[in-house]
Design a protein around this ligand. Structure first.
Ligand code: NAD
Ligand code: TYD
Length: 357
């Protein structure tokens, strides 16, 4: 079996659903169920005998030791993290705790477990760490896209914590020989993304008739990767990646934030027109910029394409339409994840951003 951490989050749940649809191998999901973890994401597999869920912290060495000894996974995939840049700006400590200390604790448990394996099992074992392109910092408009050799220049507390975790993963390979793999992907989008991130937040606000808060001039560029493409890339890296290596994963879809918001509005105009006949784009509101806002991320995917034969398969226009459609059809999911503390976050985050028009 394989052990997945953070499997109740956006990408981890997409990975587990894809894994169980395409493999007979069992999975153990270890997730702390923070505000970002929703067991309902895995409703479709919760009674599947191949699926096991344990609520717990990657920062708990005793629990990790017990789980590894009991379930004996052949691989660990680490998705568990604090993942939102704006939250890292208002509260960086949780990011150091989970992303740095938590990953280090997971590496320590994995190393002890790996060292206890037979030589055959040990050479097949993999520790796959899911990271981000944000560790490379910000690109100018005409700069070449990030390759795996790009220097680390993290700018936000979030990317600094992910960079630190990547360095520990690298060190565990270099120092102890642990067979690690690291992936650095671009911005994911798709079903079940928590509506604090750009795309689901805009869909949710539009449907509520609330302002669509675009930070600054909205000309920042992100590369958009459909979560199902990302999960297929992770499976390829797990199966064929070279231990100790890192792989960049992108969607070949660089877009300006404002263009993304307009694409969402146009899709909603088509799928669920407003009763007043106006476009959802009338709700677009420029607000105060994010502190230290990175201007552009872009991925050079030649390594994963040439070495592992992986390419993204979902075009952004199709992916965004399918995503909007999913949110329209899953209002109960949106309601369940936006009850409780969600409102507090939105009030705290957006009430203080002065409208910039
Ligand atoms: P998410 O915030 O949706 O989910 C994170 C999950 O981790 C949640 O289920 C949460 O309960 C769990 N978790 C948090 N702290 C934990 C802990 N201490 N122990 C166990 N579980 C814990 O995040 P996501 O968007 O699914 O991202 C998954 C991974 O991919 C993260 O490592 C993130 O840095 C990385 N990543 C995400 C994106 C993106 O666009 N979402 C892009 C690049 C990289
Ligand atoms: P986000 O989804 O938070 O991902 P990341 O910061 O990891 O790239 O944001 C994507 C882009 O959208 C980023 O440039 C910030 C911007 N943004 C807004 O303009 N308004 C918003 O309300 C949010 C959440 C993000």
């Amino acid at each position: 079996m394989i052990l997945v951490t953070g499997g109740c989050g956006f990408i981890g749940s997409a990975f587990l659903l894809q894994w169980l649809a395409s493999s007979d191998e069992k999975v153990l999901n270890l997730d702390l169920l923070t505000y970002a973890g929703h067991p309902g994401n895995l409703k479709a597999v919760e009674t599947d005998p191949r699926y096991r869920f344990v609520r717990g912290d990657i920062g708990n060495p005793t629990l990790l030791h017990d789980l590894l000894a009991t379930y004996k996974p052949r691989a660990i995939l680490n998705f568990a993290a604090e993942s939102h840049v704006d939250r890292s700006i208002s509260g960086p400590m949780a990011f150091a705790q989970t992303n740095v200390v938590g990953t280090l604790s997971l590496l320590g448990a994995a190393l002890a477990y790996w060292q206890s394996m037979s030589p055959g099992e040990a050479s097949d074992f993999r520790f796959l760490h899911v990271s981000t392109d944000e560790v490379f910092g910000s690109l100018t408009l005409d700069a070449p896209a990030f390759t795996e050799a790009h220097r680390y220049e993290p700018n936000s507390p979030y990317s600094a914590s992910k960079a630190a975790s990547d360095h520990f993963v690298r060190a565990y390979h270099h120092t102890y020989g642990l067979p690690t793999l690291t992936t650095n992907c671009s911005n994911n989008y798709g079903p079940r993304q928590f509506p604090e991130k750009l795309i689901p937040l805009m869909i949710h606000n539009a449907l509520q008739g609330n302002p669509l808060p675009v930070y600054g001039d909205g000309q920042q560029i992100r590369d958009w990767l459909h979560v199902d493409d990302h999960c297929a890339a992770l499976r390829a890296v797990l199966a064929q990646g070279r231990p100790g290596d890192t792989y960049n994963v992108g969607g070949r879809s660089e877009r300006r934030n404002l263009a993304v918001v307009h694409a969402i509005c146009a899709t909603l105009d088509d799928l669920q027109p407003r009763s007043d006949g106006q476009s959802y784009s009338v709700l677009i509101t420029h607000v105060g910029d994010r502190l230290g806002h990175d201007r552009r991320y872009a991925i050079d995917d030649s390594k994963i394409a040439t070495e592992l034969g992986w390419l993204p398969s979902i075009q952004f226009d199709d992916g965004i339409r399918q995503t909007v459609q999913w949110y329209l059809e899953n209002k109960a999911w949106v309601e369940s994840v936006t009850s409780g503390s969600y409102r507090d976050w939105i009030d705290q985050q957006y009430a203080t951003r002065v409208q910039d028009s």
